[in-house]
Design a protein around this ligand. Structure first.
Ligand code: AP5
Length: 224
């Protein structure tokens, strides 16, 4: 594929981060995960982190003006000139329109918006068992993807913790935010002809294989 400009959509816990990490390794493209960027800012106590923390703790979306500037500057940067993978952005129609504007300025187009589909019950099961490493944000699950050594990240050896927003009441609110503000983007991208759906309820390797197959099909279609 000449250029891959990919969006990962899907409810909380659908596996965007899990698959994003694999795609990043496959394609060696810059990977911008808004949740990871915001959590790093909170840890470092930056102005962005201070602005975002209260929204994230409640499970609310962070206001568009904060998020749009943060991602636009990355998408328009030199390191993303050959493509990018976006995880967790856009999440509102205003964010999607801002991304369209950035792509237009760059004279480029989005390759696909990939939605990873899972049920609400599966979201709850996954987020209640998720463990995240404190240093680099690598993700595990106590049952479905356990670390080799309990409580320690396989990749960087740092401590594994439960995310503050994985408490059941916050998860419920994150799901509502997704349904109200982000789900409309599915028809938005369907209308543009770039939506691709993936069944996210299979094992992580199988989901990864489906995504690879889907991207290979897109590549073939581009060459026709
Ligand atoms: P963010 O961090 O982006 O949270 P999210 O979208 O809710 O997604 P998650 O990170 O919870 O889940 P995921 O889909 O990446 O799943 P994962 O791979 O970890 O955002 C956090 C907050 O930041 C938001 O609430 C908001 O406040 C703010 N924010 C971020 N972006 C924003 C934006 N654009 N605008 C405004 N505010 C924004 O997998 C979950 C678990 O399941 C793991 O344990 C994993 O091991 C396991 N798992 C994964 N795949 C499978 C599988 N196939 N089978 C079994 N288990 C699996």
């Amino acid at each position: 594929m000449s250029e891959l400009n990919l969006i990962l959509l899907g409810p909380p816990g659908s596996g965007k981060g899990t698959q994003g990490e694999r795609l990043q390794a496959d394609f060696r493209l810059p990977y911008y995960a808004t949740g990871d960027i915001l959590r790093a800012a909170v840890r470092e106590g930056t102005e962005l982190g201070k602005q975002a923390k209260e929204y994230m703790d409640r499970g609310d979306l962070v206001p568009d003006d904060v998020i749009i500037g943060m991602i636009s500057e990355r998408v328009e940067s030199a390191e993303a000139a050959d493509g990018f993978i976006l995880d967790g952005f856009p999440r509102t129609t205003a964010q999607a329109q801002a991304l369209d504007g950035a792509m237009e300025r760059l004279g480029r187009r989005l390759t696909a918006a990939l939605v990873i589909e899972v049920s609400d019950e599966e979201v709850v099961r996954r987020l209640s068992g998720r463990r995240t490493c404190v240093k680099e944000g690598h993700v595990f699950h106590v049952e479905f993807d356990p670390p080799r050594k309990g409580g320690v990240c396989d990749v960087c050896g740092s401590r594994l913790v439960i995310r503050d927003d994985d408490k059941p009441e916050v998860v419920r609110h994150r799901l509502e935010e997704y349904q109200q503000k982000t789900e409309p983007l599915i028809s938005y991208y369907e209308g543009k002809g770039i939506l691709r759906r993936v069944d996210g309820e299979m094992a992580p390797d199988e989901v990864g294989d489906r995504i690879r197959a889907l991207l290979a099909t897109l590549q073939m279609e581009e060459q026709l």
